[in-house]
Design a protein around this ligand. Structure first.
Ligand SMILES: Cc1cc2nc3c(=O)[nH]c(=O)nc-3n(C[C@H](O)[C@H](O)[C@H](O)COP(=O)(O)OP(=O)(O)OC[C@H]3O[C@@H](n4cnc5c(N)ncnc54)[C@H](O)[C@@H]3O)c2cc1C
Length: 412
């Protein structure tokens, strides 16, 4: 059975590997003419890493990313609110990885080409439309962006893994329009800098109107004792409508966001120094889309950001796309000769879960603790217990892990 995948991002390429491992013939059509290692850091949570490990990618991930050791929340004065171990340190059977998104995409692409053949991923092919074929299956039209000509491809199924601006989603939901913006802007970058805390720590500081997130995504270069550190500075504006379509590669300007962070010089991290040492800065609005009532239409379904774009809170964007891919392959294998029922089973499992994450992230997800502390102690605190109890902190962290499906007992 042939499956075509529109979109060769993290979700589409993982789906190709997972479907191939179950014996399906897969072709990926990717719109960009040449896949380049774009983006900055992302995180892979242990349940997503478990799926990549089943695809024999653990060793490669170990060479390419950093095993995140702990996650800490601080207030805007750098006072510690909460720290929890992550990945293996927390007792999970698999690590959590912090990794460069582009590097992850390139390693998935290389693996797909090595296992499925060099023709399994065709670049410069943009999905334009499709129709259901009588008797079953789909015929899709892709524009060859090198020549401008259109090509028809037929398959039993098509997976729309074409990201937040999914053409497939736009055809299914023509009224939907642009993503929904919450007014916050993210400036994302990497810096070569001194490691901080454990050297494998992920931190968040501030509150919902001004936040700084950072974590290493590359091991320290021994001779310099430096690490490749990914960071995100976030500020809320009073904007409500996007002036122009968001773009992962739009350059950002340091003067637009550095001033409010100038005083954030903590004894464990010098935020303005890290910002000033950025290699390149990208500006991106905090956008998502409303959860959909339906992903599957005949032989076509959605996956990853095409299905459920979410705020980059709680490290879930790439992880949930990988879980979708694994679930889709499993449902197809279990359904045998009835691929359409497999798509229904896939959607029944994944759509409610990912919709709940989208909604939870709109309420700040696990980062909620920072806002609670900001509301109750805007001038800082001497005794954290008087501001927020250990039980409350534990409950918030545990609740989010349950929603996102990576509570320890589920992953074990
Ligand atoms: C260039 C880029 C940079 C990113 N950088 C970051 C980052 O720094 N941090 C972060 O958290 N997330 C980033 N993301 C988003 C992140 O990759 C996703 O949120 C997550 O990994 C889910 O992956 P996905 O495969 O669903 O979507 P994506 O990784 O966005 O992949 C979608 C793919 O579909 C392709 N595509 C789009 N339209 C069509 C079409 N009509 N036909 C065929 N192919 C099409 C796109 O070119 C892209 O390769 C980035 C995405 C992109 C495309």
């Amino acid at each position: 059975m042939r499956v075509i995948i529109a979109g060769g991002g993290i979700g589409g390429l993982t789906a190709a590997l997972a479907l191939h491992a179950r014996g399906y013939r897969v072709s990926v059509f990717e719109a960009v003419k040449e896949v380049r290692p774009l983006g900055v850091g992302i995180n892979l949570l242990p349940h997503a890493v478990a799926e990549l490990a089943k695809l024999d990618l653990l060793e490669t991930l170990n060479r390419s990313g950093v095993q995140t050791k702990d996650l800490s929340y601080y207030n805007k004065f750098g006072q510690l609110i909460w720290r929890e171990p992550r990945g293996l340190e927390a007792g999970y059977p698999y690590p959590q990885f912090s990794i460069h998104r582009g590097r992850l995409q390139m390693l998935l692409l290389k693996t797909v080409r090595a296992r499925l053949g060099t023709q399994a991923v065709i670049t410069g092919r943009q999905l334009l439309s499709w129709r259901e074929v009588s008797g079953g299956g789909v015929e899709a039209v892709f524009r060859d962006r090198h020549t401008g000509t259109d090509h028809r491809e037929t398959a039993a199924l098509m997976v729309g893994a074409d990201g937040i601006h999914s053409a497939i989603r736009a055809i299914l939901y023509p009224e939907e329009g642009v993503p929904v913006w919450n007014g916050a802007v993210l400036w994302r970058a990497t810096s070569i800098a001194r490691p901080f805390l454990s050297g494998r720590s992920m931190i968040m500081a501030g509150h919902q109107d001004q936040k700084f997130v950072c974590y290493p995504i590359g091991s320290p270069a021994e001779e310099q004792g430096h690490a490749l550190i990914n960071w995100i500075a976030e500020l809320r504006t009073d904007g409500r409508d996007l002036a122009e379509r968001e773009d992962w590669n739009r350059p950002g300007r340091i003067e637009d966001f550095l001033p409010p962070f100038r005083s954030w010089r903590f004894d464990w991290l010098d935020v303005p120094e890290l910002i000033r040492s950025a290699q390149a800065i990208y500006e991106y609005p905090m956008v998502d889309r409303d959860p959909l009532p339906r992903w599957t239409f005949g032989p076509v379904t959605l996956l990853g950001d095409a299905a459920h774009p979410m705020y980059p809170i709680g490290s879930n964007g790439a992880s949930q796309a990988i879980l979708d891919a694994a679930c889709l392959a499993r449902c197809l294998a279990e359904a045998g000769d009835t691929p359409s029922s497999a798509l229904q089973a896939y959607e029944a499992e994944r759509r409610p879960k990912t919709g709940q994450i989208v909604e939870t992230n709109r309420r700040n997800g696990p980062d909620e603790v920072m806002q609670i502390v900001e509301d109750r102690a805007p001038d800082g605190f001497e005794d954290l217990d008087a501001v927020i109890s250990r039980d409350e902190l534990e409950a918030i962290a545990a609740r989010y892990k349950q929603v996102a499906g990576f509570d320890l007992s589920s992953v074990r």
